[in-house]
Design a protein around this ligand. Structure first.
Ligand code: ADP
Ligand code: MG
Length: 230
């Protein structure tokens, strides 16, 4: 099974961080909807994958030494053609080498540019007394400035997932505020329940960060994921 395979490989390499690609494979195998994200080891491969996936695409640095990719200049979105991908590849490499000179960079991840949605964050942290706890909140400036997040102990009990979504302060934004599309909360409930079941089954995972998840009128999509192991 892909989950054990990826977690086992990291353990073998004494590695505590999964790459974005590995994290999405693991979460995808747990039934969580993630963008199709593939590894390109060099620029030529990034071009081939971009053609296969179809423009516009997103390129991100892939390195276990760079967990905050944007901070290192490692994310380029909305790349519309070959020239844009070539330029983005060079810029990502230059900027990441400058920002984190010691980083081992395995290449870039290539994924489709996702349609914008309401930005959500979901994750898991381990509390010293309560054990694994799931987090849900609004993403972007809402998490950074307003810290509008809520927590529940794993495993989620019936009603917990809906209650989490219901109790965030910015709940109105999920209901179609100022002409924005209302969000399909049932797919967020489903994602939280799948995350809870996944966390329960995989005690060697220390931390999960899905940031952002794009929530739509129909469905929800994880566009960035990070997993840290014990
Ligand atoms: P970081 O490691 O800095 O958190 P992210 O993968 O979250 O990097 O990318 C930074 C931002 O780029 C995201 O918050 C999101 O707004 C945008 N982004 C990332 N991936 C995609 C995608 N596939 N489609 C559209 N936007 C994306
Ligand atoms: Mg992110």
């Amino acid at each position: 099974m892909i989950i054990n395979q990826i977690l086992g490989q990291a353990r073998e390499e004494s590695r505590l961080v999964l790459t974005e690609i590995e994290a999405k494979q693991v979460l995808g195998a747990a039934g969580i909807n993630c963008t199709d994200t593939r590894l390109a080891a060099d620029k030529a491969e990034a071009l081939t994958l971009s053609e296969q996936i179809g423009y516009p695409v997103v390129l991100k640095v892939s390195s276990v030494d760079i967990t905050h990719k944007s901070d290192a200049g490692g994310v380029k979105v909305n790349l519309a053609d070959r020239a844009a991908v070539e330029k983005a590849y060079d810029e990502i490499m230059a900027s990441c080498r400058r920002a984190v000179p010691a980083a081992v960079i395995e290449g870039v991840s290539v994924q489709p540019m996702a349609r914008p949605g309401i930005e959500i964050i979901m994750g898991m942290i381990k509390d010293p007394s309560f054990g694994p706890v799931l987090m849900f909140g609004l993403g972007g400036i809402f998490v950074e400035v307003l810290q509008d997040v809520t927590f529940r102990i794993v495993p989620l009990q019936p009603g917990d997932a809906a209650a989490m979504i219901d109790e965030i302060k910015g709940k109105k934004l999920l209901e179609g505020f100022r002409g924005q599309e209302p969000v399909d909360t049932s797919s967020l409930v489903d994602m939280l329940l799948k995350l809870s079941a996944f966390v329960e089954k995989n005690p060697t995972i220390k931390e999960i960060d899905m940031n952002p998840v794009f929530a739509y009128r129909e469905g929800a999509l994880v566009v960035d994921a990070r997993i840290i192991l014990e």
